[in-house]
Every structure is written in C-alpha cells, then in structure tokens.
Design a protein around this ligand. Structure first.
Ligand SMILES: NC(=O)c1ccc[n+]([C@@H]2O[C@H](COP(=O)([O-])OP(=O)(O)OC[C@H]3O[C@@H](n4cnc5c(N)ncnc54)[C@H](OP(=O)(O)O)[C@@H]3O)[C@@H](O)[C@H]2O)c1
Length: 362
C-alpha cells in the first residue's frame, strides 16, 4: 500500500526540517502546548506555555513525537453537537483545555499501577491532550509502536484505525470474498477501512469526492465512485457490507445498495443536528433493523489497546499504511484543524512535535 502525501506546504517543510518552534522542554516543569479556553472554530487554538501534566496511577507520561488530527478532536474543540457538552466534556468550555487524541511518542514516566509499559518504550494510541510536548495517557489506550512504522504514521492511526477495524470485523462481521462499500473512503476512518477490508480479503468499492479519487485508488480500492457524479445506490451493484462513514445518506437509500441480507454499519457523518449530531439517524436504523432482513447497526468505538495491537499487526506487516495529508509544526495546529473544517484533508493531518533526530532520547 502507498502512503499518500500532498504537496509539502511551507509549514510542513518547516516541521520536517527543524524542531517545532516554541518548544520549552528545557524547563522540566513546563511545556509548549496548544490551548483553548472556550469552544469554537480553529481560531480558539493558541500556542502557550503550560505546566506539564502529572501522571495518574494507571497512566504514563508520553514525550509526544507526533499527534494526529481527527474528527473527534474537532467535535471536542467546537463543543458540537451540544450533546457532548452534556455527557461530561464541559458545559460552557472544554474541561480538557489541551486538545488532541491521537498520539505517538516515547514513555518517559509511569504511574504506580502501570504494568504494561516502562520508560523508553515507543508507543502509539489515544492520549489526554496530544497537541503538546508531553501528554498523559491511560495504559489501556496505548500499544507498542511497530519498529518499522514511523512516529508520524503511528500518530495518525489509533482513533481512525481502530474505528475502521471494529466497524469491519467486530460490528460488521466481514468475511473474505464479500463486497464492501466504504462511504467516505478518503477520510481518516475511510482510508484505514479500505486497506483493512482489502487485507481481510474483501472486494472494496470506495466513495469519495472528485479531488480524492486517486487517493482512494492508490490505497487499494478495487472500484472508486465519485459521489458528485454517480449514485452508489443506482441499483447496478449491491454490497454485503456498507460502512457509512461520510455523506449522511438516507437509510432507505443505503438499504437499496445492500444485498437482501447485507449489513449496514453507520460509523458517522457530519452536518447533522447541532444538538444530537447523527444520533437520530443511527437510532432510526437500530429501531428498524429487527423488522427487516438486512442488519442495520451502529457503534461507538471502544478505545482499548487490544484493538490498537490488532491494528499494529496490520501496519507492522505493511498491509496497512497511514495516509498522511500534510504535516504541520505544533505552532501551526490551528491551520491543520482549519483544513478539517474545510473538508480539505486527504486521509489525516499530522502534527510533528519532535521531528526525527530532535527528540530528547534520540
Ligand atoms: N462511531 C465511532 O466510534 C466513530 C469513530 C470515529 C469517527 N466517527 C465519525 O465518523 C465520521 C467520519 O470520520 P473521519 O475521521 O473519517 O472524517 P473525515 O476525515 O472528515 O472524512 C469524512 C469523509 O466523508 C466523505 N464525504 C463527505 N461527503 C460525502 C458524501 N456526500 N458521500 C460520501 N462521502 C462523503 C469525505 O469525502 P471527500 O473529502 O472526498 O469529500 C471524507 O472521506 C465523523 O462523523 C466522525 O465523527 C465515529
């Protein structure tokens, strides 16, 4: 599989050539981090110097080498849909002022109850505020980074990769030889879903916009549909499994593209209700499912290391590679998030906090 990289931008070139500007790791008590005091667009993000986080008993402190930009981080940055504010992330402002979930780096400290990692281990997974020089993470949300996978690739993989893996296997029950339709094949979850489905023996059709057709082809899709020109539900093809990741198609339309006993897994989709997001559509699918021969379902990804280890196996073997759109220095994180707001990211954007060769332990 190929790694996709767009044209290098000035910020991505800077990220590759020199330490992220403004890093303050000389002072052991502080660090540089992206901070937000209120919910809003990428404009609420600023680079600041803050106290280093303190590890809890079952947490490790990760020296962040790279972080990934994902849709979940955008939801937590904007506080949208409002439902997420009610479930504990902060009613009027984010409780976690440093954004960022996807992480890859080196363990430099462990909590009293940590058994899975030791200082020096190279890890990837999901952290508490990865847009920073250092971040804490639960030991259950990290896995060893495969030696042959670079930090930047590992850093964009956990959130999207384990969602794609669960959607295809644990939820979608994919079997080798089945026909899979991936709606939203050019995005974070979709680029992993296409490659994982191929690795698991499926015939894969990817759906994406005009500018991202080549990306979807390059990561191994057998067929590619441009949603601005063709209708995946025109009746010409039927699929055993549909992953609905982007586009928010009506359930009736999705069912038309399924085989009579096929499975629909609704992963997500933007532009839903500001209060509940896509939850209404997902609920309707679950309620309809018992009354039809097709299986219509949805899920919330489980952030557990067992899934990250399964993903790492695929990545370590080279069957699955992260598709990095662009690389940004930590100081340019707002621009990386802005690209997400504008739908311009192909695959995932990476934040390079410590370029290769500049890390404390290298
Ligand atoms: N269930 C879970 O646990 C879980 C976990 C992670 C993410 N999610 C959700 O899954 C969704 C996707 O996440 P992501 O990280 O992959 O987002 P992303 O990187 O922004 O990708 C969105 C994808 O949707 C595609 N798309 C947009 N309009 C479309 C249309 N009309 N038809 C088909 N595809 C269309 C985009 O294609 P183009 O760019 O080519 O237009 C892109 O490939 C989000 O809503 C996210 O919140 C859910």
């Amino acid at each position: 599989m190929m790694t996709t990289e767009n044209q290098a931008t000035p910020s991505s070139e800077a990220a590759a050539a020199a330490p992220s500007p403004g890093l303050s790791s000389a002072d052991p008590a502080t660090m540089s981090a992206i901070v937000q005091d209120r919910y809003g667009s990428a404009d609420v993000l600023r680079l600041d110097t803050v106290a280093r986080p303190v590890v809890g008993a079952d947490e490790v402190l990760v020296e962040v080498h790279a972080a990934g930009v994902d849709r979940g981080t955008w939801h937590l940055m904007t506080g949208l849909p409002y439902l997420i504010r009610l479930v504990g992330y902060g009613l009027t402002a984010p409780k976690q002022p440093i954004p960022g979930l996807d992480v890859a780096g080196r363990v430099i400290e462990i909590g009293a109850d940590v058994t899975r990692f030791a200082p020096g281990d190279e890890v990837f997974g999901i952290a508490n505020g990865s847009f920073a020089e250092f971040a804490t993470a639960s030991q259950d949300k990290l896995a060893p980074k495969p030696n042959n996978v670079d930090f930047d690739e590992a850093a964009v993989s956990a959130v999207s990769g384990i969602t794609a893996l669960q959607a295809l296997t644990d939820v979608g029950h994919l079997r080798s030889g089945q026909r899979v339709l991936v709606l939203g094949a050019s995005g974070g979850v979709g680029t992993f879903a296409v490659q994982l489905a191929k690795a698991l023996g499926a015939e894969v059709t990817g759906v994406a916009g005009t500018t991202k057709q080549e990306l979807v082809r390059s990561i191994g899709a057998d067929h590619v549909i441009d949603y601005t020109r063709s209708d995946f539900a025109d009746g010409r093809h039927r699929y055993d499994l549909i992953l609905d990741i982007g586009g928010r198609s009506a359930i009736s339309r999705l069912r038309r593209a399924l085989t009579p006993e096929g499975t629909l897994v609704i992963v997500g989709g933007e532009d839903g209700n500001r209060f509940t997001g896509g939850a209404g559509r997902q609920l309707r699918a679950m309620m309809l499912s018992p009354f039809v021969a097709q299986r219509l379902t949805t899920f919330v990804s489980t952030e557990h290391h067992s899934f990250m280890e399964r993903l790492a196996d695929h990545m370590g073997s080279g069957r699955v590679r992260a598709s990095i759109g662009q690389r940004f220095a930590l100081a340019d994180t707002a621009e990386a998030m802005r690209q997400m707001e504008q739908g311009r990211i192909a695959g995932k954007n990476a934040i390079i906090v410590r370029p290769p060769g500049t890390a404390a332990g290298s």
